[in-house]
Design a protein around this ligand. Structure first.
Ligand SMILES: Cc1cc2nc3c(=O)[nH]c(=O)nc-3n(C[C@H](O)[C@H](O)[C@H](O)COP(=O)(O)OP(=O)(O)OC[C@H]3O[C@@H](n4cnc5c(N)ncnc54)[C@H](O)[C@@H]3O)c2cc1C
Length: 523
């Protein structure tokens, strides 16, 4: 049975009946044009031709008759592989888990198909640094074709810029809808992909705890476009507050940056912001330098997973840097102010929300076994029980209760190691001739996945960082704070950046910022 988000279908139903017909005319024109010997615009025409030529022999667009009254929701896409073809691994998501998996998969054994609404992986630990210009956006985005070159080169491997909208585990099929730039470009359309092995690595979404106004007024920090939005808003507010005619009260509001959530991401962002204010705003926006403030709101302790001494150190350093720490629970978010549970009103010009993550609607909608907390349930080998050939890794997955294992934290180091483990497992399965759908029953899976926590790190601004190398909160181990930790933090992350190109970019960005200050142009 196709598993679909009903709300999703309802929202799009009307639009699709027309959109499908418009796509038909646009795409048939493209296909015909691509068959002309002299093609003047290869960028427009070739991709459509290549795309269709590797798909099912039936043209997914032309087969559908516009005269049907009911809108056609799915056109055919990649059909099941034949026994003499390479088996196909379909990877949903291009985050830490999905990308590490794709990097490790052997393209001689499998065709690899990735479905994701973004064509790159985001190196999230350095994302906060891009919001204030310490790093450039490109430095933290790694194109998928660089992570697994087979996706760009192999005839049966693809990257599809699309959202997965449902999974039919019994038919070994994934339902997708393309991501486009809206009606100015091309309307989205639906297609299906058959898989031999499916890996669900769809990540998570920010938790809002049902608080009204968060989605409308706050900015989350998860994607490069969020960092871009934060940077543009911060610089806009700085510039507007310098323009004649603005009231004192409005100036104070515009230059009040509020961060909700005192976990590593909220603290790192607050640290970056205070650095930006102390080093760059004070020099280059001298008229407004005394107005700009940062407030970090947290319901409990900041950095609750870190060693107590490190937390104390972080609290002192942040306060020294001018970050106001407020203990409180946000009750309501309005366009220009937030309201705390004790009734305090906090006006803001920029609001960044970073209060943890939970399963996204697509994960909720999938009719698959679930782990406590609503993530997709997996066994010790990261297989989804009760369905064949489906695996799940990263933030979207958790161990089913019967394994007796605890759900692992939503961390890049978990996602990355699960991706690496599963790539090895799938390669082994493929080498033993069980890569095709429904053929792995006789295979010995080997050692189950075991996670060993390597510790946590966080920067707090002013060239200071925390390094907590204990395996758990109760365990003993090294816990450091200060400038030395900052160099450990930077060395650790620059070596983790995926490509040499981005390592070089990050290094050059750090040196440029140190010598010339941050870039404050609002592009
Ligand atoms: C700012 C920030 C800093 C962080 N710092 C650290 C750190 O220092 N150390 C650490 O260990 N962890 C850190 N994390 C956490 C870490 O980034 C996550 O745990 C990690 O990204 C999880 O990887 P994932 O592959 O499961 O999910 P993600 O990396 O979130 O990837 C999910 C992928 O699924 C795609 N997707 C979503 N919906 C669909 C759909 N319907 N169809 C197809 N594709 C879809 C997304 O576009 C994305 O490509 C940080 C997170 C953030 C946001």
């Amino acid at each position: 049975m196709a598993i679909e988000s009903m709300a999703y279908i309802k929202d799009k139903k009307e639009r699709e009946s027309m959109a499908w017909f418009r796509n038909l005319s646009k795409l048939t024109t493209t296909i015909k044009a691509s068959q002309r010997p002299k093609n003047k615009d290869p960028f427009l025409l070739l991709p459509s031709f290549t795309f269709l030529s590797h798909f099912s022999s039936s043209n997914p667009i032309e087969d559908k008759k516009p005269s049907t009254t009911k809108p056609i929701e799915h056109s055919s896409g990649l059909e099941p592989t034949k026994p003499n073809e390479k088996p196909r691994v379909v990877v949903l998501g291009s985050g830490w888990a999905g990308c590490r998996l794709m990097k490790g998969l052997d393209p001689h054994i499998y065709d690899i198909v990735c479905v994701s609404p973004r064509n790159h992986m985001v190196f999230t630990p350095l994302l906060a640094s891009t919001c204030v210009g310490t790093l450039e956006f490109r430095s933290v985005a790694e194109p998928i074709g660089r992570i697994q070159p087979a996706i760009s080169r192999e005839p049966g491997s693809y990257f599809f810029l699309a959202n997965c909208t449902g999974i039919d585990a019994h038919k070994h099929m994934v339902h997708c809808e393309t991501v486009t730039d809206g009606e100015q470009t091309i309307d989205p359309w639906r297609f299906t992909i058959s898989y031999d092995k499916l890996v669900i690595a769809l990540g998570s979404q920010p938790s809002t705890f049902g608080i009204q106004g968060v989605k409308e007024h706050a900015i989350f920090l998860r994607e490069v476009q969020h960092a871009q939005e934060i940077r543009r808003k911060l610089l806009l507010n700085l510039m507007l507050s310098d323009v004649p005619g603005i009231t004192e009260e409005e100036k104070k509001r515009l230059l009040h940056c509020v961060v909700v959530g005192g976990g590593p991401t909220g603290v790192e962002f607050s640290g970056e912001l205070s650095d930006f204010i102390m080093k760059d705003v004070r020099q280059r926006y001298t008229h407004v330098k005394d107005y700009i403030r940062v407030t970090l709101i947290e319901a409990n302790e900041i950095l609750s997973s870190f060693d107590d001494r490190l937390r104390l150190y972080a609290t002192k350093q942040l306060t020294k840097s001018g970050v106001r720490l407020v203990r409180g629970i946000v009750k309501d978010v309005k366009a220009h102010k937030i309201i705390l549970d004790d009734g305090t009103e906090v006006p803001y010009g920029l609001l960044v929300w970073s209060t943890g993550v939970g399963p996204s609607p697509i994960i909720h909608s999938l009719d698959l076994p679930k782990a406590p907390g609503g993530r997709i349930g997996v066994d010790e080998w990261l297989r989804v029980p009760s369905v064949q050939d489906v695996f799940s890794i990263g933030d979207c997955s958790g161990f089913v209760e019967s394994t007796g294992r605890q759900t692992l934290p939503a961390l890049a180091q978990v996602a990355e190691r699960q991706g690496k483990y599963l790539a090895g497992l799938l390669n082994k399965i493929g080498k033993e001739g069980a890569g095709h759908a429904n053929s792995e029953k006789e295979i010995e899976f080997g050692d189950p996945f075991v996670y060993k926590h390597l510790g946590s790190m966080a920067t707090i601004g002013r060239y200071k960082a925390l390094v907590d190398l204990r395996q758990s909160k109760e365990a003993k181990g090294l816990a450091l704070a200060g400038i030395f930790s900052f160099f450990i933090w930077r060395s650790a992350y620059i070596t983790r950046v995926i490509s040499w190109r981005n390592r070089f970019y990050v290094f050059i960005n750090w040196v440029t910022t140190l010598v010339f200050g941050r870039d404050i142009s609002r592009l």
